[in-house]
Design a protein around this ligand. Structure first.
Ligand code: ZN
Length: 105
């Protein structure tokens, strides 16, 4: 996996993973992440690579239908809570309607 040169990398809040200590230069030298936390930490660097390898950064493969529904409901609930907390009631109403529709399936 070839990674972009340091000059091309976006700003990172810290230069090493707080969990395993992997640095940006370690990542660029080895092309390997050290732990699960690294995926979050180095996301700006690895996301373009993941997109190229997997044709996207989100899993879109086979998922049991009930899990897909549960996941979508959880996404909608989180978005609804955010919309309510930011007083975006128009968006909240749309999300509520989507949740209701999903529940009826
Ligand atoms: Zn790590």
């Amino acid at each position: 996996m070839s990674l972009p040169a340091p000059a091309n990398t976006p700003f990172l809040p810290a230069s090493s993973c707080p969990a395993c200590g992997l640095t940006v230069s370690d990542l660029q030298r080895t092309g390997r992440l050290g732990c699960a936390c690294c995926y979050e930490m180095f996301h700006p660097i690895i996301a373009p690579q993941l997109h190229r390898f997997h044709h996207g950064t989100h899993h879109v493969g086979k998922t049991p239908r009930r899990h897909a529904f549960a996941y979508r409901k959880e996404e909608l609930r989180a978005a609804l809570a955010h919309a309510v907390s930011t007083e975006d009631f128009e968006q909240a109403a749309l999300l509520r309607d989507q949740l209701t529709a999903l529940a009826s399936l």
